[in-house]
Design a binder for this molecule. Structure first.
Ligand SMILES: [Mg+2]
Length: 286
């Protein structure tokens, strides 16, 4: 074991904000792990920067080294005093939009009646976020948006999701290469991490690309049943790249950070031994 780039989704993966319980002590042990000099921590989230900073404070998460935010459309290098946006990544995804920016695409889509822009904090240079009524036919709406963008030679990645509590559809328009997987691969290349020295943890549909990419990965035990059944028979699981946390590791339940630790132990036996010793130490301090 030399170096590990640990990439984790936040909501319901590292952050225990789902319905299932969190194991006592799991996050403390996770914090110990990422405190090691040879572990580099990257948060990979659909949240924008301010919401990630808020979560770090609210849930007492360890400070990351890198943050891939806005579903891969921004990448930050986190220094103690500042978050520095990676302009090379920014330029890389900008080419998908022919150098056009947020305001230009807004104009192109201004007369699509079903779309209503979300508040300003949800927007950035390379991300347009809209509300759409749930009554809209999502596939035909997305076809219409895609057709409009293609006329302007814009390669876009459209992401449709539903805010269930609010009862509204959400449409994100991103550069085609702005997604979690591409951003992780870019970061790996930039920082010199091979597949064997990278691990991704996730829980839900927008993590599937990475979970099924062949990169070493773990699906936390609290993932929803649909995602579990989707990945169980996938090639990545069969080939041993993707591990499904079961619970039982170090007496923990496999949910959230306990699931990430279980995945780390599964893929890296040397870290497994270290985590076991570390847990004994932590429990001795109680
Ligand atoms: Mg999640």
């Amino acid at each position: 074991m030399t170096r590990l780039l640990l990439c984790t989704d936040l909501d319901r993966t590292l952050i225990a904000n789902g319905a299932q319980p969190e194991s006592l002590g799991a996050l403390a042990l996770f914090r110990q792990l990422v405190g090691r000099k040879d572990v580099t921590l990257a948060y990979v989230s659909g949240r924008h920067r301010a919401l990630i900073e808020q979560a770090v404070g609210q849930f007492n998460l360890p400070a990351p080294d890198f943050v891939i935010a806005d579903v891969g459309s921004t990448l930050y290098h986190v220094a103690p005093a500042a978050w520095l946006q990676d302009e090379v990544w920014c330029a890389h995804i900008a080419s998908d939009w022919q150098g056009l920016l947020h305001a230009d695409l807004c104009r192109l889509l201004a007369d699509v009646p079903a779309l209503q822009l979300q508040p300003a904090q949800q927007q950035n240079r390379h991300k347009l976020s809209y509300f759409a009524a749930l009554a809209e036919n999502a596939p035909s709406l997305m076809r219409a948006v895609q057709a409009r963008l293609q006329q302007a030679h814009i390669r876009a990645n459209l992401i449709w999701s539903v805010d269930e509590p609010a009862g509204v559809g959400l449409l994100d328009v991103l550069p085609a290469s702005a997604n979690k997987l591409h951003a992780i691969r870019y970061l790996m290349a930039q920082q010199g991490f091979q597949n064997d020295h990278t691990l991704f943890a996730g829980d839900s549909g927008n993590d599937l690309d990475v979970l099924l990419s062949g990169l070493p990965a773990v699906l936390v035990a609290n993932a929803d049943a649909q995602v579990k059944s989707r990945v169980t028979n996938a090639n990545s699981a069969a080939a041993g790249h993707l591990y499904l946390a079961q619970g039982g590791y170090l007496g923990m339940n496999g949910n959230y950070s306990a699931g990430i630790l279980e995945g780390v132990a599964h893929h890296h036996p040397a870290l497994d031994a270290w985590l076991r010793a570390q847990q004994l130490k932590l429990s001795g301090e109680d």
